[in-house]
Design a protein around this ligand. Structure first.
Ligand code: 1CP
Length: 340
């Protein structure tokens, strides 16, 4: 079988048409997502009942013919498997955040197959259901990001508890990061065995760190995961939104693809990352709230900035916004494929 376009682009090989998928493509901007979420009894039902999770993962492929389906789950599902009680309302909430020595000690490193069988079942079904040319994306959070949610207990703009621990108990933060790294590594290895063909590693909290702390507390652990996963042969997309000041450091990770957000031109990001580094991005998600003409214009601008080089996966610069009109996504896909 010839490789899927996303995999070819991730390997910096030439492709006929730029491949495209969207972060949060299975989500709240689609009416059919809300219908299935209702049937599943809420967001966690979508994550844990394979029939529903598979359905919402397939919905954006049916509508927009995107080049890949992403596993339906959340980066905090493995944190729950480590022993933390988790609810979504609609953002994640941990009943007992991880702040003290005893909280870190109590966390387990679970066996992914017995703790999260529903994830592997979804991936296997997705691979059996989708045509071979569509890729299956597995994912997890990068260790620093998952640890930051465990420490804060919820979404938090300043990550004050996390950064307090970093500067007062760096040893404790390292112990937590080691446990999260081991958990997520086993988890991703299980995802690849179940059918994931490319992996997305989300480091959404990295923006909170200065370069030296980013190196010590985020990059080191993401690098460990990426090195260990290299034996699977599956390409990895590393994405740290809001952290484009750290691009040169990201280029040392050995990830096949680096995600680029919309706050920097794609051409400039590629220059800073180096010619060998494939990239993903970077349409402003808000561009999909404008007119079809604006969508087309901004897609063109990004393709122009790429100057026809190999190694580009088209995506938004972060997740699709819930108020996005689905017609604008159709326009974006057609513009990327040169059909309009
Ligand atoms: O009410 C709902 O329907 C829940 C909304 C929702 C969805 C659709 C949440 C809550 N998570 C998800 C799914 C999800 N999350 C996916 C799979 C689907 C897809 O991409 O199509 C993925 C890859 C994630 C990853 C995720 N979750 C990240 C990393 C990427 C990013 O956006 O930076 C993070 C930080 C989370 C935590 C999370 N989950 C949900 C919310 C509202 C949040 C908090 C985000 C924040 O703090 O800003």
């Amino acid at each position: 079988m010839t490789e899927q376009p996303i995999i070819q682009a991730a390997r910096n090989q030439p492709v006929q048409t730029t491949p495209i998928w969207m972060m949060r493509q299975a989500g709240r901007f689609l009416p059919e997502y809300h219908e299935t979420k209702e049937k599943a009894g809420g967001f966690l039902g979508l994550c844990k009942i394979p029939e529903y999770g598979v359905e919402v993962a397939l919905q954006p492929i049916r509508r927009f013919d995107l080049d890949a389906a992403i596993l339906f789950s959340d980066i905090l599902i493995p944190a729950e498997a480590m022993g933390l009680e988790l609810t979504f309302n609609p953002g994640p909430v941990f009943a007992r955040p991880v702040r003290q020595e005893a909280d870190v000690d109590a966390l387990i490193v679970p066996d992914p197959l017995s703790a999260m069988p529903f994830v592997m079942e979804m991936l296997t079904t997705l691979r059996q259901t989708l045509p071979a040319e569509k890729a299956i994306i597995g994912f997890c959070g990068a260790p620093y990001t998952v640890a930051s949610y465990m420490i804060e207990g919820r979404s938090s703009p300043n990550l004050e508890h996390t950064r307090t621990m970093l500067y007062s108990r760096p040893d404790l933060l390292h112990r937590l990061l080691e446990k999260v790294t081991a958990t997520n590594l086993h988890y991703l290895q299980a995802q690849v065995r179940a059918g994931a063909e490319i992996i997305s590693l989300f480091d959404s909290s990295a923006y909170s760190l200065p370069p030296v702390a980013y190196q010590e507390f985020a990059l080191t652990y993401a690098h460990q995961m990426i090195s260990a996963l290299s034996e699977t042969g599956v390409p990895i997309i590393y994405f740290a939104p809001g952290s484009m000041a750290l691009l040169e450091q990201m280029a040392t990770l050995g990830a096949q693809v680096i995600g680029v957000d919309w706050r920097i031109g794609l051409g400039k990001a590629r220059k800073r990352l180096g010619a060998e580094q494939a990239v993903q991005g970077n349409l402003d998600p808000a561009a999909l709230l404008g007119t079809p003409a604006a969508v087309k214009e901004h897609v063109r601008r990004i393709l122009d900035e790429n100057e026809g080089r190999p190694g580009h996966i088209f995506n938004l610069g972060h997740g699709v916004l819930p108020s996005t009109p689905p017609e604008n996504v159709e326009t974006m896909v057609a513009a990327v494929r040169g059909e309009i």
